[in-house]
Design a protein around this ligand. Structure first.
Ligand SMILES: [Zn+2]
Length: 153
């Protein structure tokens, strides 16, 4: 299995608006290959998160890397949000060089599966919580321009 860098789809490509499909077959070797290529691509692009639609896949997968920990989430869902929110500027590999101020809950609880099909429960806050929310938005076709709290200079 050789990892390769995948091509990043940039806004306004319509593929970024497609809804993704849940993964049911965890035995498919293509799944591990895709996850591994996504991690490689995220690292090569110096990103902290990457969602499958950004590399031309309509599967419900995202990868995140914060504080040297890599997360590969399959079929992720946000189970709860903190009431407290915060505004922070976010970038996105599909919007190179652009940053948008976005308000999001500070803490979230996530349910997902790992690439082997094992259940994951993750409590996240701060940057990690923000990146999970950003990537899960991608899986629903939501982009940072949809959430920007004020027009971008
Ligand atoms: Zn993004």
């Amino acid at each position: 299995m050789t990892d390769k860098n995948l091509k990043i789809i940039k806004y306004p490509n319509d593929f970024l608006r497609k809804k993704t499909e849940e993964i049911k077959d965890f035995k498919d070797p293509e799944l591990l290959k895709l996850v591994s290529d996504m991690v490689k691509t995220m690292e090569a692009e110096k990103g902290i998160g990457l969602a499958a639609p950004q590399v031309g896949s309509n599967l419900r997968i995202c990868v995140v890397r914060v504080d040297d920990t890599v997360y590969a989430l399959i079929n992720p869902k946000i189970k709860s949000y903190s009431r407290k929110k915060e505004i922070f500027e976010e970038g996105c590999l599909s919007f190179p060089g652009k940053f948008f101020p976005i308000e999001r809950p500070v803490k979230v609880k996530i349910r997902a599966k790992d690439p082997g099909g094992k259940k994951l429960k993750i409590k996240a806050e701060g940057l990690l919580a923000r990146v999970f929310q950003h990537e899960i938005d991608h899986l629903d076709g939501i982009l940072i321009i949809d959430r920007a709290v004020r027009p971008v200079k």
